[in-house]
Ligand binder design. Structure first.
Ligand SMILES: Nc1ncnc2c1ncn2[C@@H]1O[C@H](COP(=O)(O)OP(=O)(O)O)[C@@H](O)[C@H]1O
Ligand SMILES: [Mg+2]
Length: 231
């Protein structure tokens, strides 16, 4: 009903030469509108592989993935790009800002792909930078911003199209602890405003801000039972 996506028995393998590397093993996951989910696992456990499938950057080897009612396993690359642009806002560990573009020009980028007219784009980008607390940095280049500020620009860029899901892969991985926590608290605020958020992390402290936490270990996903759920 209020499901944003469902993953049913998702497996993903990579093939190098004749070798099959099974990375995701029979993953089942349902995410509902308005949830704040964390996926916690050590390096190499398959977190980014899972994120790439959730974010329609890659397709599973087997299993069914349905996002906003669309069977992703059956869509071609062009459709996949359209769905991705509409449904997903990405935030990455290393920000991925374009170094020669100012903060507002970076935030504007997804609006170009969405076909929003030029005069509207700047207005929306600046407005989004205001929301993430960077009104005074709109004309700065990425190297004129701190790590935390760069990540806020990346968050503004992820949100400017008002995507269904905000998907963040190790969003605090390149930040000091205090800045990382301020970013997670910002995600918490966005979630309270209604945004569905999924963060992928190896940091248990970061994961604990979410309402539901899943563990991924050796490609197997399981929900973490909290004491508050047990008692
Ligand atoms: N494109 C790829 N081709 C082959 N192996 C890959 C590819 N991407 C990831 N892997 C392997 O899959 C495993 C899981 O990787 P990844 O999902 O990036 O883990 P995590 O994000 O949890 O660190 C690792 O063993 C990695 O080497
Ligand atoms: Mg990773």
């Amino acid at each position: 009903m209020n499901e944003i996506f469902t993953m049913e028995d998702i497996c993903k393998s990579y093939y190098t030469g004749y070798e099959e590397l099974k990375v995701l093993k029979h993953v089942n996951l349902i995410v509902y509108k308005g949830e704040f989910i964390s996926i916690l696992g050590p390096s190499g456990s398959g977190k980014s592989t899972l994120m790439n499938i959730i974010g329609c950057l890659d397709t599973p080897t087997s299993g069914k993935y349905t996002l906003s009612g669309i069977n992703i396993s059956e869509t071609d690359d062009i459709q996949l790009a359209k769905i991705r642009n509409k449904e997903i806002g990405f935030v990455f560990q290393s920000f991925f800002l374009l170094p020669r573009l100012t903060a507002w020009q970076n935030v504007e980028l997804p609006l170009i792909y969405s076909g929003i007219p030029k005069n509207k784009r700047k207005e929306k980008a600046v407005d989004m930078l205001h929301k993430v607390g960077l009104s005074d940095k709109i004309n700065n280049l990425p190297n004129q911003l701190s790590g935390g500020q760069q990540q806020r620009v990346a968050i503004a860029r992820a949100l400017v199209t008002d995507p269904t899901i905000l998907l963040a892969d190790e969003p605090t991985g390149a930040l000091d602890q205090k800045t990382g926590i301020s970013i997670i608290k910002y995600f918490e605020k966005l979630n309270k405003e209604g945004k569905t958020i999924i963060i992928i992390t190896h940091d248990i402290n970061v994961a604990s801000y979410a309402n539901r936490t899943f563990n991924i270990l050796d490609g197997k996903l399981s929900e973490q039972v909290r004491f508050s759920n047990v008692l």
